[in-house]
Design a protein around this ligand. Structure first.
Ligand code: FES
Length: 112
């Protein structure tokens, strides 16, 4: 099973963590399953940016982000070229290293 190394974040995992993930789960689901309570304000409906992560290693093993995801990411705090919405990034066979940005901007909206 692939592993996800989570870099230290003062609120979610101060010491960092290494978790195992299921192929086919999203990064967000994998983190939550292991008690890393990353925000997911829109309940993974691709309507916010609170689940933003930066994929420091393994980015190329993920599916390409769709346009809607990229549009949302444009509004994320601390955007980087390897940014993803973690609820949309599906774990493949490669190990990943992710960083949860220090802040998030809650863009959650009512579903239309
Ligand atoms: S939880 Fe809202 S886009 Fe991922």
């Amino acid at each position: 099973m692939p592993t996800i190394q989570v870099l230290p974040h003062p609120d979610y995992c101060p010491g960092g963590a290494v978790i195992t993930a299921q192929v086919g789960d999203s990064i967000c689901e994998s983190l939550l399953e292991h008690g890393i309570e990353i925000e997911h304000a829109c309940e993974m409906a691709r309507a916010c940016t609170t689940c933003h992560v930066i994929v420091r290693q393994g980015y190329d093993s993920l599916d390409e982000p769709e346009e809607e995801e990229e549009d949302l990411l444009d509004r994320a705090w601390g955007l980087e070229p390897q940014s993803r919405l973690s609820c949309q990034a599906i774990v493949g066979r490669a190990d990943l290293t992710v960083e949860i940005p220090r802040y998030s901007i809650n863009h959650a909206r009512e579903k239309r």
